[in-house]
Write a protein that binds this ligand. Structure first.
Ligand code: NAD
Length: 307
């Protein structure tokens, strides 16, 4: 298949690009390299440097005529979204509209959008399904929800084939401490530099952490099975930040001090997503346990530091 990956030079995108190319696909990357890096790109990726908000994106997409667009490009930093909600909205919603406009005249293109658990906000029950109410508690979550709504509207009006994937907290090699699920990247960085782990609030908030290769696998399954719907992409298991810090400390073999600070604005208390819907319609399953994923993340970071 011919596939465009927007944000393909980013943390998740670079893994998706790598896996798609390994599976024999022709992969085009559209990225403005604001947080992504050329160094992370597979050498066979066809690079188009540009901003998804620009008009020129429409003619670029028309010239490529992709079978699939995996739309990952985003402002994915919750803190940034609170400090600069206008830019967050401009990239996450307006940028998505630009891509949708390009798709209106490409009837066979499958549009796959990276959404987030952040759109659910704080829920009263433990495991969240796709049918639960949406109440984002950050500007980032709100901008992603807005983008989702445009995708639904365009899909109805133009018979666009689209999928919305709501990722839980993604982690793995190449993640920087700035991004959405950045706590593991932050801990990695602090442990590498023998600095105390900083925990926001009491540390009893929980998260559903999914390894990046499992997210990449889910995207490919949705494309291969032609699933045009909304799906959670998650493990269905959660761990508190306090527990996570202990597991990671043990895994790294280092003795690390922990410090607790202020709760952050927009932080959700508990987040655990059911991925049963996607599992019922495909053979995709998360295959990395938290211990395995953390070990791979730590190995990568430690090796990178010693180069
Ligand atoms: P990232 O910041 O590493 O990657 C985003 C990529 O998009 C970068 O390569 C960046 O350069 C590019 N980009 C940003 N703005 C752009 C623009 N205007 N035009 C073109 N390219 C642009 O983030 P990530 O963690 O890899 O996230 C990828 C996607 O997954 C995002 O849509 C994010 O919202 C979503 N997501 C991430 C997580 C997570 O835990 N990391 C969880 C849920 C959803």
């Amino acid at each position: 298949m011919r596939i465009i990956v927007t944000g393909g030079a980013g943390f998740i995108g670079s893994h998706v690009v790598e896996d798609l190319i390994s599976n024999g696909h022709e992969v085009h990357v559209l990225d403005n390299f604001s947080t992504g890096s050329r160094d992370w790109l597979h050498p066979s990726a066809l690079i188009h440097a540009g901003d998804i908000r620009r008009r020129a994106v429409v003619s670029l997409i028309h010239s490529i005529q992709p079978d699939v667009i995996v739309h990952l490009a985003a402002q994915a930093d919750v803190k940034q979204s609170q400090e600069n909600p206008y830019d967050d909205l401009a990239v996450n919603a307006s940028g998505t509209i630009r891509l949708l406009q390009a798709c209106t005249s490409l009837k066979n293109t499958h549009f796959i959008f990276a959404s987030t658990s952040a759109i659910y906000g704080d829920q009263s029950h433990t495991t969240i399904t796709e049918n639960d109410s949406l109440q984002p508690s950050s500007c980032y979550g709100l901008s992603k929800w807005t983008a989702e709504q445009y995708i639904r509207l365009f899909s109805q009006q133009y018979e666009l084939r689209s999928s919305i994937l709501r990722f839980a907290n993604v982690y793995g090699p190449r993640q920087t401490p700035k991004g959405e699920g950045g706590v593991i990247a932050l801990f990695t960085d602090r442990i590498l530099h023998n600095k105390p782990l900083l925990i926001h609030g009491d540390g009893e908030q929980t998260r559903d952490f999914i390894y990046v290769k499992d997210v990449s696998g889910a995207i490919q399954s949705v494309a291969e099975y032609h699933l045009y719907d909304t799906f959670n992409v998650s493990t269905g298991k959660s761990v508190s930040i306090n527990e996570l810090s202990l597991i990671y400390e043990q895994l790294s073999g280092r003795n690390i001090e922990r410090q607790w600070g202020e709760k952050r604005i927009g932080d959700i208390r508990h987040s655990c997503l059911s991925a049963n819907k996607l599992q019922q319609l495909s053979t995709w399953r998360p295959s990395y346990s938290l211990h395995q994923g953390l070990a791979l993340t730590w190995q990568y970071a430690a090796a990178f530091q010693s180069v």
